[in-house]
Ligand binder design. Structure first.
Ligand SMILES: [Zn+2]
Length: 109
């Protein structure tokens, strides 16, 4: 499974930093439907986490398809990397346990 995950990340395709996100907004006009809670949208956006700070970047209409595609790739990469790291930790814990249980001191007691 881990090998399959790793290979799925080796395609070298471009990604965009940010998670795909849909937002709804108010336009600010007093008599608009959005003033009563029926907001405009959805608009494609990116949720970008940099140095612990989160910001939202709205994607221009003309860029929506390629940017969302590359952001989805980024999301997949992040999720798969997390799975790989979890398996790595499990392997490490297991090997450490085997080492401790099968290693004797010389000379013995
Ligand atoms: Zn409005």
């Amino acid at each position: 499974m881990r090998t399959k995950y790793i290979f799925s990340l080796l395609n070298g395709k471009p990604m965009i930093h940010g998670l795909p996100h849909l937002i709804y907004r108010k336009c600010g006009k007093k008599n608009c439907k959005c003033a009563k809670g029926n907001r405009h949208g959805p608009y494609a956006a990116l949720s970008i986490n940099k140095n612990g700070k989160q910001r939202i970047a709205i994607i221009r209409n003309a860029d929506t398809y390629p940017v969302m595609k590359e952001a989805k790739r980024y999301r997949y990469f992040q999720e798969t990397l997390s799975k790989i790291r979890k398996i790595n930790r499990e392997i490490d814990t297991l090997l450490e346990k085997i080492k401790v249980e099968t290693t004797n001191e010389y000379p013995g007691p």
